[in-house]
Write a protein that binds this ligand. Structure first.
Ligand SMILES: Nc1ncnc2c1ncn2[C@@H]1O[C@H](COP(=O)(O)OP(=O)(O)OP(=O)(O)O)[C@@H](O)[C@H]1O
Length: 628
């Protein structure tokens, strides 16, 4: 964490640079309101001081009534300043909110682009990056800690500083420049003290308490999450959770108090002393000058001398916002930088050269080939793929089987260019895959991963995400759900395609695992309908019941005609219908052929097939026919 003075200046500047994003009208209105709010207390001081000088005239018997207008106008100035200040406060908040929302919208879009488009997958899986992403998300979601809130807090400081400048000018005019400078210094010292303590505190919170806070929040979330209520009740772990929550918050609070005393107490004493000394010095100057200063001057000076002392208090409209909002913005810019550097290092975000063969939208026309491909995850201690050779001819279906950890999912991640091979080559129609624009290539793929995303959106969006450009095509959405066997799922939904797939929303519905899987299949098939020609399904039927699985594969040949299909599955009933089955073992192709050839070969495939078939037959499960 950076906290050198120069760096602090840079951070303030980076927040100030966000201000134009709020739009000129909102920005100018906010500046104007804050300027006025800063000037009004000065008006109040002037009004009350003038009133004080005119009040004695009221007591004069002969001219008393004549003095009323003068007193009343000064009174009106003072009261008017006070009332206007109160009336402008809601406007200050409203413009602040507008500035906050617009800037946060911009930052949110930047974070999404950085994370979902630019970041190499290798970085997105690093613990440190995951932590920072969660901090950045939290920073954008927690109302007073966002970069936008920091920008609005920065504008709110105008009011505070204008007020102090007004007081410095008044004191300077009455008691001379040195007195003005002195109270200006008092204001600066007191502010530096309170703000400095806040900065140190925020660093401690972030560095020292991050782990404790995360643990505490986790225990509290777990204790109040309906999703875990089932298991918590059945296992009877509520007393344990309660005790854990108490001990976590107890130890957090103990160290919290210790640190707070250390950071706030001693500096508070020092800065209060400095402020007192400075104020007393100006008061002494005032006393010395008292004989030669008018009542008006004395009143202006006495009131103004007190203004800097207010700088020692916490500014609720600005301090936390600027402090934590700046940190949130820093986290976002750090992540952007890290993703940019990572993308430069781990592989091209764009094609290395312009492909001179067929346009990407016609690929692949012949074959995809893995040639001696090696791959190791950045934090891995061994190669996951160790010289893999594999050809996927266009228009054929290939099933990939293998034990857990054999490298099946890794292989399709490389095909999708989520990672780049650490050795060897992947080619499409003979061209190096790295020479093809990744985004354009990814649009050629219709893919569902084992851990596909269950979007808390309506069914139409969940299916339409396969090809977002066509998301409004209802006929295509329905066709994809028919193909995937998800039509009956949609029929049971209260608002069909428009039903939110989460009970956390009004009229929303939670789906079972198998129903979700059909929606995910529909998503992939929707992408096919929109033009993708390589269909990749990672464990597409793991959660389907046997009947649904058999029904899906009965349609599979028809569905996938003309497509290049890759299916990863542990279910032999699923893979046996593929044109070719590839057995992966420790990152290499161990066997390949069609189902009958592999059975005849009597290798690992045949052994695993018999093992699974035997279990089905002996358990007498429905659908065992499908195994024969
Ligand atoms: N992001 C990652 N970072 C580091 N190692 C990983 C990562 N993802 C997978 N691995 C490792 O790579 C190896 C292959 O994983 P992969 O997911 O490709 O296997 P798989 O054959 O698909 O397994 P399964 O059948 O269990 O899905 C495993 O040892 C796994 O621990």
């Amino acid at each position: 964490m950076r906290h050198l003075p120069l760096d602090r200046g840079r951070r303030w500047l980076s927040i100030a640079r966000l201000l134009p994003l709020a739009g000129r009208p909102a920005l100018l209105s906010s500046v104007l309101v804050n300027l006025t709010i800063g000037l009004l207390p000065v008006g109040f001081i002037v009004g009350t001081s003038v009133m004080l000088t005119r009040v004695p005239a009221l007591a004069a018997v002969r001219h008393g009534p004549d003095a009323w207008p003068g007193v009343l106008s000064a009174f009106a100035l003072a009261i008017g300043a006070l009332v206007l200040q109160n009336m402008l406060s809601p406007l200050q908040a409203a413009f602040g909110e507008l500035v906050t929302r617009r800037i946060d919208g911009h930052c949110m879009r930047r974070l999404m682009t950085a994370c979902l488009a630019d970041a190499p997958m290798t970085l997105l899986e690093q613990r440190e990056v995951i932590d920072d992403l969660s901090l950045a998300r939290q920073g954008l979601l927690e109302r007073s800690q966002t970069p936008g809130a920091a920008a609005a807090g920065l504008l709110a400081l105008i009011a505070r500083y204008v007020q102090v400048i007004g007081a410095v000018i008044l004191v300077g005019l009455v008691l001379g420049p040195s007195a003005g400078v002195m109270i200006g210094l008092v204001a600066a010292v007191v502010r530096a003290g309170s703000r400095g303590a806040l900065t140190r505190w925020s660093l401690v919170i972030r560095r020292r308490f991050a782990g404790t806070q995360r643990r505490m929040r986790y225990v509290l979330d777990t204790g109040s999450d309906p999703a875990v209520a089932k298991e918590v009740r059945v296992l009877g772990i509520l007393p344990w959770l309660r005790a854990r929550a108490e001990s976590e918050s107890g130890s957090f609070l103990a160290s919290w108090w210790r640190e707070r005393r250390r950071i706030y107490f001693t500096p508070f004493l020092v800065f209060t002393l400095v402020a007192l000394v400075g104020t007393v010095a100006v008061l002494l100057e005032l006393r010395a000058a008292a004989g030669g200063v008018s009542v008006l001057g004395l009143s202006l000076a006495v009131q103004s001398i007190l203004v800097p002392l207010r700088m020692g208090t916490f500014f609720p409209e600005s301090d936390l916002q600027t402090m934590y909002g700046m940190q949130a913005y820093d986290t976002i810019t750090d992540l952007e930088e890290r993703f940019r550097t990572g993308a430069r290092r781990t592989g091209p975000a764009v094609a290395r050269t312009t492909l001179e063969t067929s346009p990407v939208q016609e690929l692949p026309a012949k074959a995809i080939r893995f040639e001696d491909v090696r791959f190791r995850y950045p934090d891995g201690d061994r190669d996951v793929l160790c010289g893999l050779d594999l050809e996927l001819p266009v228009g054929t279906s290939t099933a990939i089987v293998g034990l857990n950890g054999a490298g099946k999912t890794t292989l399709i991640k490389l095909l999708a260019r989520l990672y780049e091979p650490t050795g060897g080559l992947i080619t499409v129609d003979g061209a190096d895959l790295r020479d093809i624009d990744p985004r354009a290539w990814q649009r050629r793929l219709a893919m569902i991963f084992q851990d596909y995303v269950r979007y808390e959106l309506d069914a139409a969006a969940n299916i339409g995400m396969g090809a977002p450009d066509h998301i409004g095509d209802e006929a295509a959405l329905r066709a994809a759900s028919e193909w995937a066997g998800a039509a009956d799922v949609l029929d049971t939904l209260p608002a069909h395609l428009a039903t939110p797939l989460s009970s956390r929303y009004a009229r929303g519905v939670d789906l079972s695992g198998g129903q979700w899987q059909r929606i995910a299949l529909a998503r992939a098939l929707f992408a096919v309908g929109a033009g993708a020609s390589v269909l990749v399904l990672d464990e597409p039927t793991a959660q389907l019941d046997v009947r649904a699985e058999v029904a899906f594969f009965d349609r599979f040949i028809e569905l996938t005609e003309g497509l290049t299909t890759i299916v990863i599955s542990h279910r032999f009933s699923t893979v046996r219908r593929a044109d070719r089955i590839v057995v992966l073992d420790e990152g290499r192709v161990a066997e390949e052929g069609d189902h009958d050839e592999l059975l005849r070969g009597d290798g690992g495939y045949a052994e695993l097939f018999r093992l699974q078939a035997h279990r089905f037959f002996t358990d007498g499960l429905p659908g065992s026919e499908a195994m024969r």
